[in-house]
Design a protein around this ligand. Structure first.
Ligand code: HEC
Length: 308
């Protein structure tokens, strides 16, 4: 079971050229649907609102969908993935729940009860049309493998997983895999284009493009990795406002915390423990940043904080 594109960023150029990956890695299924009721298991799942639904009948049949796998205890990229998907949902507006449905399926169903998922959904301000789902471990494993995401259900390795967002259109059987941590605006456009919405907004010509604004590396990193959860001086988001954090706290502590918040917490650090208790539904993710990336991020945050 392979998707026809490789995961993650490598897949993006192909998609930009309009090539859609097809589930199963089989020959083209542009017409007809080999990926319908016979292919997808109709297993029962429970939504974060406690409703029991059938995967194929209730969630897929006749619909356009965006599906990712998550688990709320994840300390790596899943929280960023969910925060970005929340931004994509805001960009797509009320089309979500009408023209496209978002599903985040837990791969840790024993801990992710509907109540836990509900708190998680609320924390990220997930709107209507986005369901967080749990179910029987076996059923979810089967689902993941059918979706081409099975490598993520390996409990030992899942923290390192490359977050993928499968976007599919059940009636035509077309599926495409994206990196779920990409720029939300880009993801929203990709979803819209894939679902044939591109005719709505006239494309701007390259002739209209002005020189790209210069963005420094710290700002770029902050926007792409942190801004889904944090602001500097604009109030708490999913995580705390970072204005002044570089002076409020010991510099080395901040640097280490940004690099490996999961370890700082696991070491029983009192500040990390207090923060964790205060923001308990979401964890600051370990984004595997290199030391020089942490350094430019902190100087960006410091500059922003001062500039207010
Ligand atoms: C998915 C959401 C999310 C992302 C993405 C994220 N954080 Fe956080 N961050 C949090 C949460 C939540 C906390 C509070 C601690 C906790 O609950 O783990 C936090 C805490 C922090 C703190 C400690 C704040 C304080 O008051 O001491 C710093 C510093 C920080 N984050 C920096 C960053 C930086 C820099 C990035 C980008 C590289 C980033 N975070 C990405 C959610 C996030």
């Amino acid at each position: 079971m392979r998707a026809a594109t490789r995961t993650g960023i490598a897949a993006l150029p192909a998609m930009l050229c309009g090539a859609a990956a097809v589930l199963g890695g089989a020959a083209s299924v542009a017409a007809g649907n080999s990926w319908g009721a016979d292919y997808f298991p109709n297993v029962p799942l429970t939504t974060h609102e406690g409703k029991v639904v059938r995967f194929y009948d209730d969630l897929l049949k006749g619909k356009a969908v965006a599906i990712n796998l998550i688990y709320t205890h994840c300390s790596a990229s899943c929280p960023l993935e969910t925060a970005k998907l929340a931004q994509v949902q805001r960009l797509l507006g009320d089309r979500v729940g009408k023209d496209v449905f978002f599903y985040s399926i837990s791969i840790d169903p024993s801990r992710d009860t509907p109540e836990v998922l509900k708190a998680y959904a609320q924390k990220f301000h997930a709107g209507p049309g986005w369901l967080f789902l749990t179910g029987k471990e076996q059923d979810i494993q089967l689902l993941s493998s059918k979706l081409g995401l099975s490598s993520l259900t390996d409990a030992a390795r899942r923290d390192g997983h490359l977050p993928s967002l499968m976007v599919g259109h059940e009636p035509t059987g077309q599926w495409m895999r994206n990196s779920a941590v990409d720029n939300p605006r880009f993801l929203a456009t990709i979803i819209g284009d894939f679902l044939g919405w591109r005719d709505e907004k006239p494309q701007r010509s390259y002739a209209d493009l002005r020189e790209l604004p210069k963005i420094d590396k710290g700002e770029y990193l902050f926007r792409s990795r942190c801004a889904a959860c944090h602001t500097v001086g604009k109030g708490d988001g999913i995580g705390p406002d970072l204005a002044g954090v570089t002076t409020r706290r010991d510099h080395c502590w901040v640097a280490r915390y940004v690099a490996e918040p999961d370890r700082v917490l696991a070491d029983g650090d009192p500040i990390a423990t207090e923060l964790f208790a205060r923001y308990k539904d979401v964890r600051m993710p370990n984004l595997s940043l290199a030391p020089d990336e942490v350094a430019v991020l902190l100087s960006y945050i410091e500059k922003q904080g001062r500039g207010r």
